[in-house]
Design a protein around this ligand. Structure first.
Ligand SMILES: Cc1ncc(COP(=O)(O)O)c(C=O)c1O
Length: 391
């Protein structure tokens, strides 16, 4: 019997990590100062620079950044916040944590799965205070159109920019606050981590206070003799970033632009290979749409048994996932908010399959993914009753 060698696993996403990150982490350990300090400050300034903003606020996750945005603008009990159901659950859960009510809005359509301005309009009430838009997969939302709607109804406009690190044009520019993620699968990573851009200086300083218990001086300030004691002027949180994460962020941000360009090039390779080999499988947005190319979402032909396709591809050592199960159909949101019908979102979430995309993939890897999808679809959809999801 001859041994069969399994092909290498093609991962859905993979951080690029190496010696520079190891060195940066070791340097922090050598300094003996681990909690929020000068590296965090430098990382904030570097991130603001990439986004052509005057400043930024580093936190320990995008979830914390979103929560801080709502707090800095006093969104709370009695308020309604419009959110997409096609997102990671944090986009809605932060609204619940603020004591406000998320109101789910449909997407524009399967070829443009962004929160719909037209649908949002129909859901605005006298209690609506804010909207959170999300740059799905890194594809930029039409920010001028959302700013106009927010201004028409006097709403705060927040961006869930978890997928959009490095997108300087319009992202974090027209909204009241934008929240970015450095979770491990994002376009750059600090393991866990997040960043906020808030244009208004006073609100940004308020967010900074709320990030660290509303205290007027930090541990570093006291250690360095810049402050003796402190007062507490807001009821805040501990959403601080630490020096280890900031050190990684400072290394990663240098390479972000190159990685995003590589992701866009691979996306184009996917688009061409799918159009040639599998025209019944489509990729939303068109190839000119501004994007950080965080995800490669593909739409399977209606009626496909997606779990069977995923299981088939897993056997071929290709990871896939679904972005996302719709939030409004999760048990918690059904129980607490009741059902709502979002037909475009539901259709998209039924047919969507996320294919591998990260800067270390080769063109040959993309071709192998497309071939395995071809074989999975050709094999029919009934041989595997269950598939697996890789987040
Ligand atoms: C769209 C979206 N929003 C928010 C988050 C939350 O980010 P974090 O894990 O940094 O809290 C994520 C992360 O997965 C996300 O994809």
């Amino acid at each position: 019997m001859s041994a069969v060698t399994a092909p290498p696993l093609i991962e859905l996403g993979a951080p690029v990590l190496g010696e520079p990150e190891k060195r940066a982490l070791a340097e922090v350990i050598d300094t003996g100062w681990l909690t929020m300090g000068e590296r965090v400050r430098r990382f904030e300034q570097a991130f603001a620079g990439v986004h052509r903003a005057s400043d930024a606020v580093a936190v320990h996750s995008a979830t914390a950044a979103l929560q801080l945005s709502l707090a800095a603008f006093d969104i709370g009990p009695g308020d309604e916040v419009l959110v997409p159901s096609l997102s990671f659950v944090a986009t809605a859960s932060v609204v619940v944590h603020a004591g406000a009510t998320p109101v789910f809005v449909d997407i524009e359509g399967s070829d443009r799965p962004h929160i719909s301005v037209d649908d949002a309009r129909t859901r605005i009430t006298e209690r609506t205070r804010a909207v959170i838009v999300m740059h799905y997969g890194g594809y930029r939302v039409d920010m001028p159109r959302w700013r106009a709607l927010a201004d028409e109804f006097g709403l705060c406009l927040f961006e869930d920019a978890a997928h959009a690190a490095g997108m300087a044009e319009q992202v974090g520019v027209l909204s009241d606050a934008a929240s970015f993620s450095f979770f491990t699968n994002k376009n750059m990573t600090t393991a866990e981590g997040g960043m906020m851009l808030i244009r208004d200086d006073a609100r940004r300083e308020r967010a900074r206070l709320l990030r660290a218990h509303g205290m007027t001086a930090s541990t570093l300030d006291r250690d360095r003799g810049r402050a003796v004691g402190y007062d507490v002027v807001e009821c805040g949180h501990n959403f601080r970033m630490d020096e280890l994460r900031a050190a990684m962020g400072l290394v990663q941000i240098e390479r972000l632009e190159g990685w995003n360009a590589r992701r866009r090039a691979l996306t184009e390779t996917y688009r061409q290979a799918l159009a040639r080999e599998l025209p019944e499988v489509t990729v939303p947005f068109d190839s000119t749409h501004p994007t950080t190319a965080h995800l490669l979402p593909a739409l399977l032909p209606p009626g496909t048994d997606r779990p069977a396709v995923m299981a088939h591809m897993r056997e071929a050592r290709v990871q896939t996932s679904v972005h996302y199960p719709p939030i409004h159909q999760f048990d918690y949101y059904l129980r607490t908010l009741g059902g709502v019908s979002l037909p475009h979102t539901e259709r998209f979430c039924r047919d969507e399959l996320t294919l591998p995309l990260h800067p270390q993939l080769s063109t040959a890897d993309v071709e192998r993914v497309v071939r395995s999808l071809h074989q999975a679809l050709a094999a029919g959809s009934h041989e595997h009753p269950r598939g697996e999801t890789t987040t």
